[in-house]
Design a protein around this ligand. Sequence first.
Ligand code: ASP
Length: 323
Amino acid sequence: MKRLLTMAVATLAATGAFAQAYPAKPVTFIVPFAAGGPTDKVARDLAEAMRKPLGQQIIVENVAGAGGTLGHTRVAKASNDGYTVLLAHIAMATAPALYRNLQYKTLEDFEFAGLINEVPMTLIGRPTLPANNYAELTKWIDANKGKINLAHAGLGSASHLCGLLFQQRIGVEMTTVPYKGTAPAMTDLIGGQVDLMCDQTTNTTSQIEGGKVKAYAVTTPKRLNTPATKNLPTLDESGLKGFNVTIWHGLYAPKGTPKPVIDKLNAALKEALKDQDFVKRQEALGALVVNDNRTNVADHKKFVESEINKWGPIIKAAGQYAD
Ligand code: ASP
C-alpha cells in the first residue's frame, strides 16, 4: 500500500514537472485536410497567433483523407504529451453518423481544448458555368439533371454535408467527387473539371473576388457583409427555407493529456482569439472568432455533443454511410 502511494506521488510529481516545462519543444497541429484549404489556412493563422502566448513554435502537418477522419484518428492514437494537437472542424460531429467503422470515439478519445471560430459557406460553380445567379443556376440544374458533378472533401466534410443537404432540398442527385480537401477541389472547379462546390468563405473569398469562380448563395440564415459575399442571397431566402450550414473549428488533444497542459493550450488559444491581427484576418475571410463560453474546454465538449445530436439524425435521414 505504502509502495503504491509512493509510486502515485512520484507519478504526480513527474506529471507536474512535465506540465510545468511544457512546451519544451515545438507543438504539432494536425490538420485533417489538404494544405492550402480552409482548415489549413485557419491552422496556419492560429499557429502564428498562438506562438507568442504558448512560447513555442507550432508546426502544421496535413494528414488528409476520408473526410478528415484519418487525421482525427492519428491524434486520437498519438502520445498524450501535448505535442500533437488536432485542429478540426464540424467533421468531428458529422463523422460518427457517417462512418460505421470509425477508429475513435469523438467524446471519449480526446481532451477538448476550446472552440476557435465559426465559418459560413458559399455555393460556387466553375467559371464556365452559364448560370450567373441563383435563379439561373436552378434552371441550369433542371436542364442538366444526371450530368452534374459536385466536388467535396470526403464523407463527413463540411462541403459534403452542405452539398448533401443542398441536393436533398432541391431533390436532385448529383455525381459527387471526393478530394482530400477543398484546396485540390478548388483547383479542379476553377479548371472546369467539376461543376459545383459548397465551401467555406475562408477558401472562396479570394476566388470570388478574383472572378475565378461563380458564386450563387451563402448557406447562413442571414446575408454576409464581406465584399465577396454582400450581393449573394441566402439559400433560405432563395426558396430553401431554414437552410443553415455554419461550420466551426476547435482544438483537441489525445485523451489523458495532463490537465495543466490542456490549460496552457487553452490559455494560449484564448490569447490568440483576442489578437486583433488574427481576428481581422478571420473577419476579412467571412469567419467569426468565437468569444463566448465555448472557448472553455467543458463548454466546447458540450457544444460538440450537441452538434453530434443535431447532425446525426439529418445525415441518417439522408441515408449516407461509409465503412
Ligand atoms: N473545406 C473542406 C471541407 O469541406 C475542408 C478543407 O479542405 O479544409 O470540409
